[in-house]
Design a protein around this ligand. Structure first.
Ligand code: SF4
Length: 374
């Protein structure tokens, strides 16, 4: 459980079992929902009123985001990693994986391809590779990429305040760090070697990013690790509340990655169904009205098209999830989908945008202006 949550895990677990359909329906009518309403949305009883949840969430989404859906593209810099996360194909103990770290020029090649798809928001991703991808290199990369993209965010290894400040000043405006699981015992079992064994350090890094003033702070858990996805969802929400309270100038963002097939044969301990994923996302939209909710290409085209109408505000598209993946795809026209995770929706950016338009939504590539830069 998120360590600063004021309710103990067993109390939350017991409460969730007592929630009734009537309680969920009453919570749906609450215009300013409290944490107890969030628990009602996430409860087993809410599974029976999903249609009502969808209707209410769609209204909230429309109030805060209109018909817009924002698109972003991930760019993988390195799949070299000093950590040994049991569930990840980039883990240090897995030797079959082709390792690659992009040079400055190779990163620019990837970036130009992504830009050519029409993307204007870029997410830089890397394994924990602080020697090969040091902060000063990232600063140089970001300064160059800022000439091409309006918005840059990072999903890389945790850093201290000074290094985050360097990146912020270079033009990074969003920080995402997944805690993966908030269950400390489970965390210990899954993170066997490397700096990521330090649970608290990961939490503190998000706070350091908040202190530096990143405009967007993204968080989430890797769904399928914790046998009780509801408790994991409660922890993510509690982390969101804590972050919003302490770093109220930043916008909070949530992602909902479900584990998909990875190289190395990791068996997902507790698969989360699509319906449960949808319930979780509805609960977050109903409780965190203004927060950005992300859905990646891990999920199917059909699911993504449905979920943007009720919950999600941001989607990735046309993604390649390995370093050099875009260049290789353009050269060979061969989708390499076993990178950090398996891509379930291989739609191109143009296809994803067309899907949004066909459902009355407006794909937005640029929602960030350099005027607000550091
Ligand atoms: S999840 Fe991240 S930190 Fe863990 S092995 Fe994969 S790339 Fe490295």
């Amino acid at each position: 459980m998120f360590p600063y949550c004021k309710y103990p895990e067993n109390e939350i677990h017991s409460y969730l079992q007592t929630v009734t359909q009537e309680m969920v329906l009453r919570s749906l009518d609450n215009l300013e929902p409290k944490f107890s309403d969030f628990l009602n949305y996430i409860s087993p009883a809410a599974e029976n009123v999903m249609e009502e949840m969808r209707e209410h969430a769609a209204v909230v989404r429309k109030m805060y985001f209109g018909n817009t859906v924002r698109l972003y593209g991930p760019l993988y810099i390195s799949n070299i990693c000093i950590n040994d996360c049991a569930y990840c194909g980039f883990r240090t103990s897995y030797h079959e994986h082709k390792r690659r770290r992009l040079s400055f020029d190779e990163i620019m090649v990837e970036a130009k391809i992504i830009k050519g798809y029409g993307m204007d928001s870029l997410l830089l991703v890397s394994g924990e590779d602080p020697v090969g991808v040091p902060v000063d290199f990232l600063v140089k990369v970001v300064k160059e990429l800022k000439k091409m993209f309006s918005y840059i965010s990072i999903e890389i290894y945790p850093m201290d305040r000074d290094n985050y400040r360097k990146l912020f000043e270079a033009g990074v405006h969003g920080l995402t760090i997944y805690q993966e699981t908030y269950d400390q015992e489970l965390y210990k079992k899954l993170h066997r070697r490397g700096p990521k064994t330090d649970y608290q350090n990961r939490l503190d890094a998000m706070a350091a990013g908040g202190e530096v003033g990143f405009y967007n702070l993204g968080m989430g858990a890797l769904l399928g690790l914790n046998p009780d996805w509801r408790l994991e969802a409660v922890s993510v929400a509690a982390h969101g509340l804590w972050t919003r309270k302490h770093f109220w100038r930043s916008k909070i963002q949530f992602s909902f990655p479900r584990i998909t097939q990875v190289e190395g044969g990791f068996q997902v301990p507790a698969p989360v169904s699509e319906l449960n994923l949808e319930q979780m996302m509805l609960a977050f939209r109903l409780f965190f009205h203004e927060a950005d909710l992300f859905i990646s290409t891990r999920e199917s085209r059909d699911f993504r098209t449905r979920i943007v109408k009720t919950c999600a505000s941001h989607i990735s598209a046309g993604s390649q999830v390995a370093p050099g993946g875009y260049e290789e795809y353009e050269r060979l026209k061969d989708k390499r989908d076993l990178g950090q995770f398996t891509i379930t929706d291989p739609s191109s950016v143009a296809q994803a945008a067309a899907d949004m338009k066909a459902h009355g939504l407006e794909p937005v590539f640029k929602d960030w202006d350099a005027t607000f830069g550091a």
